[in-house]
Every structure is written in structure tokens, then in C-alpha cells.
Design a protein around this ligand. Structure first.
Ligand SMILES: NC(=O)c1ccc[n+]([C@@H]2O[C@H](COP(=O)([O-])OP(=O)(O)OC[C@H]3O[C@@H](n4cnc5c(N)ncnc54)[C@H](OP(=O)(O)O)[C@@H]3O)[C@@H](O)[C@H]2O)c1
Length: 344
């Protein structure tokens, strides 16, 4: 029998993306999708792209039956507050919020301004970025999702950081509006958001905690700017190599990235010519790829690393499903091969 999976927080953007992926997944059955607001309504009442594709209706979060794997796609703080209840429902959990992304309880005070309500659970979770935690994810019971901005930075900088080539980096991120979720706020009102170039996090961002956890306490400076885009994260990282790296030629950088990523199914290194020689979030919408490219200043003083991904996919639900595949012993790429659309 195929494993049964369910979703809590299923009416949100991340929940909708999980439902889209899981309904057509070859190795699992989507059993229940919970929403308080839309209980009893069909899935397409929140996710119109799913109209006619499923008979599932939203259930009450309290009416979830036991299942093999439960996805939590709730706002920050809610999963940690009810972790015992959710863990009693399913043998395996994937929590897409930030509640279990960090191992050190003190990090929650520092980055989220409050004590973690279930610190004993933190060491039980594996950070759900397969490119860095593949072995731990195989067979894991408790997995956290990833931050979308953090994922762009982590994947883009990991080869330089792991090789000890990175002295300092400035990560300039452009973010799409779906990062903020499906609930409207004054800043997401169309006249305010449309056409905006809004720096909302000039000197730091909570996702930096995930970068520090993955890459070490390197000086990485992060700025996030909301731009006219629905899906997508775009990173331009100005990386200053350490003297011992002795970077003189772009081919050295290529070699480093090829060594690390040649066998990764969802990382593409871009080179060559033409419109799409550098990463572009637009053509990644709905896909699980992270595209990466680089350029080198004359004299090798600065490596500019560029990356793009879909925040709801590689930066959220896509990585979560990739992690699920590893947890359940399924083909890692199952259900995730959609290549995006072009033109769009
Ligand atoms: N958006 C992204 O790009 C992205 C990427 C990576 C990770 N994430 C993370 O994924 C999580 C969900 O994000 P999102 O963008 O999908 O948010 P969202 O659109 O606001 O959805 C939140 C969901 O949680 C449900 N919910 C809210 N309060 C609840 C409660 N007290 N009890 C039960 N359900 C409750 C809501 O459903 P009802 O009100 O219908 O019950 C809704 O389905 C967040 O933790 C976020 O950090 C998001």
C-alpha cells in the first residue's frame, strides 16, 4: 500500500503547493487537507488550479486521522506549540515553518524574539535541505522545511564556504509577494505592492540564522527587497574570496561548483550565452530547480554568485517533498520533475 500523507495549513500558499505536488505524486496518496476557515469546501475553493482534479474537501484540523506522514504548513509558532499532538498523528512529520529549522534554542530568542516552546524537540529534527543533509534525511522521522531566502544563499554559497574560499559575502535578495503567504495585509494591497521595489530587510533577515547554521559563522550580510514578482527569489551575492583561495580564473570557480553539484538533480549551473545565461526566477515558476551562475571581477577580488528559485518550490514545498521522498525511501526526484514554463 502507498503511504498516506496529509497536510495541516492546507489553504495557504505553501499548503496549496504541497497539495498540487502530492495529488500527482507516483509514490504516495494525499489523504486529508486541513483548514479551519474552509472546512467542508473543495480544495479548489482555495487553490483554483486544482479544480476538477480531486474530490478532496478541506477537513477540520482536529479531524485529521492518523497517517504515515503529516506536512505542517502553518504560520510560525503553531507547530512548536502542538508538536506532541501532531507527532501522535503520524509516524513522520515535515514542518515547513521555521519552528524546527534551528538546533540551538538560544537562536530562537535571538532571531525570533522568544523562547522556543518545545526545545527538547529541536535535536530530533533534520534540516530539510537534501543537498546538505541527504544521508540524515533517509528514513528520518522529523524534518523541518527550509527558508526560501536561506535556501538561495545556502545553495549559492556552499561550495565557496565549504572549500574555505569565502572571507565575506554580501547577499542581495529580491523576493516575490507569495513569500508573505495568502493572508492580505496593508503592504500587500495591490496599489501598495504593485510596482514596488521595497527594501524590507536592509541589514539582516531571520533566514540568516539558517545560513549561519549551514555555512558556519562567516560574515554574510543580507538585504531583502520585495519586487514586482509573485513567485521567486533572486540572489546576487558579492563574495570576497579569502587570500588562500587565490582565485584568478573563473574556471577555478566552475571546477569547485561542478565538484559539489554535478550529481544534484535540482541544481543547474548556468554558463554560456544568451538571455538566460544568468538565473531568472520567471522560468523556474512551479519547478524545483535552483539555477546558479557566477562571474569574476578582474583580478579575482570579487566572485559574483547569482541564484534563482521558486520560493514555494525549492524554497518551500518542493524541498519538503524531496525530503519526504528520502524519508520514505522513494525515488528522490519523484513528483518533482516539472520543468517550469517558457515563455511565461
Ligand atoms: N510562502 C512561502 O514562500 C514559504 C516558503 C517556505 C516556507 N514557508 C513557511 O510555510 C508556512 C506557511 O506559509 P504560507 O505562505 O503558506 O502561509 P499562509 O498562506 O498564510 O497559510 C497558512 C495556513 O495556516 C492555516 N492556519 C493559520 N492559523 C492556524 C491555526 N491556528 N490552526 C490551524 N491552521 C492555521 C491557515 O488556514 P486556515 O486559516 O484556513 O485554517 C493557512 O492554511 C509558514 O510557516 C512559512 O514560513 C512559506
Amino acid at each position: 500500500m502507498r503511504p498516506a500523507v496529509s497536510i495541516v495549513g492546507g489553504s495557504g500558499y505553501l499548503g496549496g503547493e504541497l497539495a498540487r505536488l502530492l495529488l500527482f505524486h507516483p509514490g504516495v496518496d494525499l489523504k486529508q487537507v486541513a483548514s479551519r476557515r474552509l472546512t467542508g469546501r473543495p480544495l479548489h475553493s482555495a487553490h483554483p488550479n486544482l479544480r476538477g482534479l480531486t474530490d478532496l474537501r478541506f477537513c477540520e484540523p482536529d479531524q485529521l486521522d492518523p497517517c504515515d506522514l503529516l506536512f505542517l504548513a502553518l504560520p510560525h509558532g503553531l507547530a512548536a506549540g502542538r508538536i506532541e499532538t501532531y507527532a501522535a498523528l503520524a509516524q513522520r512529520l515535515v514542518d515547513c515553518s521555521a519552528d524546527f529549522r534551528l538546533r540551538d534554542p538560544e537562536s530562537y530568542r535571538r532571531w525570533y524574539g522568544q523562547a522556543h516552546p518545545a526545545p527538547d524537540w529541536l535535536p530530533r529534527f533534520v534540516y530539510g535541505l537534501p543537498e546538505r543533509h541527504r544521508q540524515e534525511l533517509r528514513g528520518a522521522r522529523f524534518v523541518s522545511g527550509v527558508g526560501c531566502n536561506a535556501t538561495a544563499v545556502n545553495l549559492a554559497l556552499a561550495p565557496l564556504a565549504d572549500a574555505g574560499w569565502l572571507e565575506r559575502a554580501v547577499a542581495d535578495l529580491k523576493a516575490g509577494s507569495s513569500q508573505a503567504g495568502a493572508v492580505a495585509r496593508p503592504g500587500s494591497h495591490h496599489p501598495e505592492r504593485s510596482g514596488a521595489v521595497r527594501v524590507y530587510s536592509p541589514t539582516t533577515h531571520r533566514h540568516l540564522a539558517e545560513v549561519e547554521a549551514e555555512l558556519g559563522l562567516l560574515p554574510v550580510h543580507m538585504t531583502v527587497t520585495a519586487i514586482e514578482m509573485v513567485r521567486g527569489v533572486h540572489l546576487t551575492a558579492h563574495c570576497f574570496p579569502s587570500p588562500q583561495a587565490a582565485v584568478e580564473d573563473l574556471r577555478q570557480v566552475w571546477e569547485l561548483y561542478r565538484q559539489q553539484y554535478a550529481r544534484e538533480p535540482f541544481i543547474r549551473l548556468l554558463g554560456g550565452r544568451g538571455l538566460y545565461r544568468y538565473p531568472e526566477p520567471k522560468i523556474l515558476a512551479g519547478s524545483n530547480y535552483c539555477d546558479i551562475a557566477f562571474a569574476l571581477d578582474a583580478g579575482g577580488r570579487r566572485v559574483v554568485v547569482m541564484a534563482a528559485l521558486d520560493n514555494l518550490m525549492k524554497g518551500g514545498a518542493g524541498s519538503a517533498v524531496q525530503a519526504m521522498n528520502l524519508m520514505l525511501g522513494l525515488e528522490e526526484t519523484a513528483g518533482l520533475r516539472f520543468p517550469g514554463l517558457h515563455p511565461l
